[in-house]
Write a protein that binds this ligand. Structure first.
Ligand SMILES: Cc1cc2nc3c(=O)[nH]c(=O)nc-3n(C[C@H](O)[C@H](O)[C@H](O)COP(=O)(O)OP(=O)(O)OC[C@H]3O[C@@H](n4cnc5c(N)ncnc54)[C@H](O)[C@@H]3O)c2cc1C
Length: 384
């Protein structure tokens, strides 16, 4: 049974505790039934439809345009504790439309968000390119005006989660108002737009729908631009500002599951005539795992609370939360593998699955090194 005592921390209101309970009950009843890791596309389609019907996706694409980051974190943490794909399916509906929620025109929001909220449209966020990952200001996919009303997109995006099953993509493209970060705009692109193709499906150590996309003379109305021309980089960063702490929350869910199964294992596994849990080296490991989890939870929910309390940006807090929670979850899970012995590396065991699931979180939405740079830049610019 996962430790839920953190819900009594002053970061939360009664509605958060109720949401945690509702999500836990729903996930216990539905997630295992909906997920088949040999069919990640079908699993994500089923999960999104079911989460939409259950009302959870209203948190990922809020009707009033105001994210409640604590709710997003509670849902990601809960779903991640049950299954990485459940967390993924939920999170992408938010990340995949965050730019629209934050900066889209009413007409665009009305066209796209109800389907995303209801679980009938799967969403994707297309920023990364083969030659521009951490250095996103260098993206090269172009958006060229054709007359006043249309824009054509040409180029590639890669590592796009939900690529292949998404019904809608938010695509960041170079519009050239200024060099680098100030010459990028965001666009709403329906998946069936001619000229948009899935160039390659990508497989990873913890598979989920993922693809490289090709845009060739892909024409969309100019009115599909999200926000001002040249504001795309800012919009992408504002979106990541909201969702980075939620990546930390997903890591927290994985780490809590690792600790839970390790506590069970330590109590029940006998060696040298005693339970594993009776050994002081085991107790040290358990104590350090639990402390790492609480440290991460404090940072994740601090970031979420600061945003919900009205801070327009939480760049430093979100970077710290993502960095610490993902890095320490990897360590917690590695200890879970070790304490499980051979069972820890058996394909399909919980520790082995978590060991694969956690790895990409230290890379996407800004690798740990990038988070360190963000934190240091903020420190240097705001002090002295
Ligand atoms: C599973 C998965 C899902 C993803 N989903 C999406 C998605 O939905 N949409 C999307 O747009 N992108 C997505 N990405 C892309 C992801 O955001 C990028 O992989 C990430 O930003 C890193 O870019 P890169 O892979 O090009 O690595 P690179 O930019 O080549 O960086 C390689 C490594 O260099 C190190 N590094 C980076 N910067 C510095 C620095 N300044 N100093 C020192 N070291 C540094 C880091 O360790 C980094 O991992 C996804 C990636 C993965 C793995």
């Amino acid at each position: 049974m996962a430790d839920k005592s953190f819900l009594d921390w002053p970061f939360f209101e009664e509605r958060h505790r109720a949401l945690a309970e509702e999500a836990e009950a729903w996930a216990s009843e539905h997630v295992a039934r909906l997920v088949d890791h040999h069919d990640v596309d079908g699993s994500c389609q089923r999960l999104v439809a079911a989460m939409g019907a259950a009302g959870f996706l209203a948190h990922a694409a809020p009707e009033d345009g105001r994210f409640d980051v604590r709710s997003l974190c509670i849902l990601r943490e809960t779903f991640a504790r049950h299954d990485g794909l459940a967390d993924f399916a939920f999170a992408m509906q938010g990340l995949g439309t965050g730019a629209l929620t934050l900066a889209g025109s009413e007409a665009l929001k009305e066209r796209v968000l109800p389907g995303v909220r209801g679980g009938t449209t799967i969403a994707a966020f297309a920023l990364t390119e083969p030659e521009a990952g951490s250095d996103v200001a260098e993206i090269a996919l172009t958006a060229t005006p054709i007359g006043n009303d249309m824009v054509r997109l040409d180029g590639e995006k890669t590592w796009i989660s939900n690529g292949g099953i998404a019904g809608h993509y938010i695509v960041f493209a170079r519009t050239g108002e200024a060099p680098g970060a100030r010459g990028i705009s965001a666009f709403s692109v329906p998946a069936d737009t001619p000229g948009l193709a899935i160039a390659e499906r990508l497989q990873t150590i913890a598979p989920h729908p993922l693809a490289r996309l090709r845009f060739e003379d892909c024409r969309i109305p100019s009115a599909n631009r999200i926000g001002e021309a040249g504001a795309g980089f800012k919009i992408a960063m504002a979106t990541l500002d909201v969702f980075r702490s939620t990546v930390g929350a997903a890591a927290l869910g994985f780490a809590r599951r690792a600790l839970d199964v390790t506590l069970d294992r330590a109590r029940n596994r006998k060696l040298f005539g005693a339970p594993l849990s009776g050994m002081q080296l085991t107790q040290t490991a358990l104590a350090e795992m639990a402390t790492a989890i609480d440290t991460s939870a404090l940072l994740v929910y601090r970031a979420a609370w600061v945003r919900d309390a009205g801070a327009p940006r939480i760049t430093r807090e979100a970077a710290m939360a993502k960095m610490v929670a993902t890095e320490s979850a990897q360590e917690v899970i590695d200890r879970a593998v070790q304490l499980h012995g051979g069972e820890g590396v058996r394909s399909g065991s919980v520790p082995e699955t978590l060991y694969r699931e956690i790895r990409a979180l230290r890379i996407y939405e800004g690798a740990t090194e990038v988070q360190k740079l963000i934190i240091a830049r903020q420190l240097l610019s705001q002090t002295g």
